[in-house]
Write a protein that binds this ligand. Structure first.
Ligand code: NDP
Ligand code: GDR
Length: 324
């Protein structure tokens, strides 16, 4: 009998890659989706998975919809990827972010306790929980100091996952994932904002790119690699928490240089610093130590930033040349 998995946030970047990975492994894949007015299914179409999954309506604000989704899917693996995930928006919508990104995870843990406490649970935790950095490389023992309402909400969800594991013996694991990108990344995030703009500038459709703090540094990997780490966590006999990262950090400035150079342009001729994109509090630098994931999960990041940006650039050049 094939295994059954339920993914919240299946319409997002990671949800689409994870759905593909699980389908390729023979799972029955169910997606928990909040119905929106606009088309949110484009990523699932792009990876050719839409016709192979079952979508169940629901919302992380609505416990009863979670209970029904768990009952209908009979999922033995639940991946909680849904969130208000854009850090900048979390200052404008702190309460919604808390409800969806923080309390939403606890609703899913409660639903799990009610319907199937033996199911395995994955929580999408984040390097944003480290926030104001207190040691040069962050691992599973680094103290947390979130710097945004998003980071605070994720920390609540993270500790709740740990607490439900310790209180009720749930197989609940938390992946502390550092930034990961892809051609399916939302356009509001900086890497995709840059690759989309470079493609447009190259095509003569725009001249400048307005950015905020380009001296921020991130540990960027490829989303396609990172969803494999999520799956590996749930295959372990014991649940645990893992840092998932590349172990290399790069500034937004350098990332811009790589993207513009892809089409023979100099970023300094086009990037304009716009204070509107500065954040009330910044996470200056992130650099993850993925040693535990390598030792226990046999997982390693496989895509260098240059290759990743190249993939994103090629996808955006194609999109700009052939608009939908
Ligand atoms: P995205 O923003 O691309 O996807 C978020 C998903 O959550 C979308 O499917 C969205 O649906 C869904 N969602 C939002 N609100 C609700 C709600 N109230 N009820 C149900 N679904 C909802 O995120 P990513 O794929 O990039 O990230 C996946 C998860 O991993 C997120 O939790 C994120 O915070 C976390 N994370 C991401 C990292 C990264 O670098 N990408 C790093 C570390 C953690 P819709 O499309 O309809 O809006
Ligand atoms: P982040 O990603 O906040 O790290 O959260 P984002 O790409 O939004 O920002 C990265 C860094 O770039 C700086 N920056 C800008 N960012 C955006 N979006 N737009 C700009 O114009 C701009 N200019 C400079 C930011 O200040 C920041 O320092 C992502 C999300 O996927 C989270 O959900 C996830 O938890 C973390 O990664 C790990």
């Amino acid at each position: 009998m094939s295994k059954s998995a339920l993914i919240t946030g299946i319409t997002g970047q990671d949800g689409a890659y994870l759905a593909k990975l699980l389908l390729d492994k023979g799972y029955d894949v169910y997606g928990f989706i909040a119905r929106r007015g606009s088309d949110t299914l484009w990523r699932l179409r792009e990876l050719d998975v839409l016709e192979r999954i079952t979508l169940l309506d629901g919302d992380l604000l609505d416990l009863s919809s979670m209970i029904r989704a768990l009952e209908k899917s009979r999922a033995t693996e639940i991946y909680n990827l849904a969130a208000q995930s854009f850090v900048a928006t979390s200052w404008d919508q702190p309460l919604l972010t808390a409800e969806v990104t923080g309390v939403g995870a606890v609703r899913m843990l409660e639903a799990l306790r009610i319907v199937n406490p033996r199911a395995r649970f994955y929580q999408a935790s984040t390097s944003e929980m480290f926030g104001k950095i207190q040691q040069p490389m962050q691992d599973e023992h680094t103290p947390f100091y979130p710097r945004s309402p998003y980071g605070v909400a994720k920390l609540y969800a993270h500790w709740s996952t740990v607490n439900y594991r310790e209180s009720f013996g749930l197989h609940a694991s938390s992946g502390i994932l550092f930034n990961h990108e892809s051609p399916l990344r939302g356009i509001e995030f900086v890497t995709r904002k840059v690759t989309d703009a470079v493609a447009r500038i190259h095509a003569g459709l725009q001249k400048e790119l307005r950015l905020g703090n380009i001296d921020a540094q991130r540990d960027w990997g490829f989303a396609g690699d990172y969803v494999d780490a999520m799956w590996r966590m749930l295959q372990q006999e014991q649940p645990d928490d893992y840092v998932i990262a590349t172990g290399r950090t790069t500034s937004v400035r350098e990332m811009c240089r790589i993207a513009f150079a892809h089409v023979g342009l100099n970023y300094e001729d086009h990037v304009v610093i716009d204070p509107r994109f500065y954040r009330p509090a910044e996470v200056d630098i992130l650099l993850g130590n993925p040693a535990k994931a390598k030792a226990r999960l046999g997982w390693e990041a496989g895509t260098p930033l240059e290759t990743l940006i190249g993939m994103m650039m090629e996808a955006d050049l194609r999109r700009v040349a052939k608009p939908a």
